[in-house]
Design a protein around this ligand. Sequence first.
Ligand code: AMP
Length: 222
Amino acid sequence: MQFNIAMLGPPGAGKGTQASQLAGPRNVPKISTGDILREAARLETEFGREVQAIMDSGGLVSDEVMIGIVRERLMREDAREGFVLDGFPRTVAQAEALDAILVDRAPLMVLDIAVPSDELVRRLASRRVCGQCGEIFGDGSGSECVKCGGALQQRNDDRESIVRERLKVYARNSEPLTSYYRGRLTFAEIDGSRTPDVVERLVNETIDRFQGSVELGRSRPM
Ligand code: AMP
């Protein structure tokens, strides 16, 4: 059966880390819309510059653009057996479009990773990302990636003033988004305030439960 997952949760909840651990062993792509947009911004086209300005403000790229990017990405061959979406959907309009895109596929499993906002601000302030391989480090120490030796960097939008705006934007959209999914059998909220190992265990247990559910085919509310 296809392995179709969307990870929801505020910036800093650990979605990216958990998405990687889910996707890697199952040989399905982790599709991070933030990574796709950062890559576009690096190209410094007009579109890239617009995207960079939006990310630097802590706001969201338009639903229309995001839906187009994800629709195209999910049509690629490597996503045929499934995918782990990280950072999409972020709005109800994106969630509705995703349902339409997935209409002929196995039910979407949705995990919402919840973490209190004080803890998120603390985590994001110390988060570093490898400029070369993209590995994420939570502890803010060291300047070199232990995986590939690349230089560790702070994301521009992880600075505190932008983080607060990103959290506000998230809070505005998150309740309608979780309400959109809450009635489904393949939706679960996960306590993301625990250590990454514990969260990983909770995530894997939840997915096993979803997959074992004989009701999987009836995941949408009647
Ligand atoms: P992330 O790496 O997921 O925190 O995303 C970084 C930034 O990219 C966000 O603050 C948004 O500006 C933008 N972005 C990523 N995913 C989306 C999305 N699904 N919808 C709109 N904007 C997005």
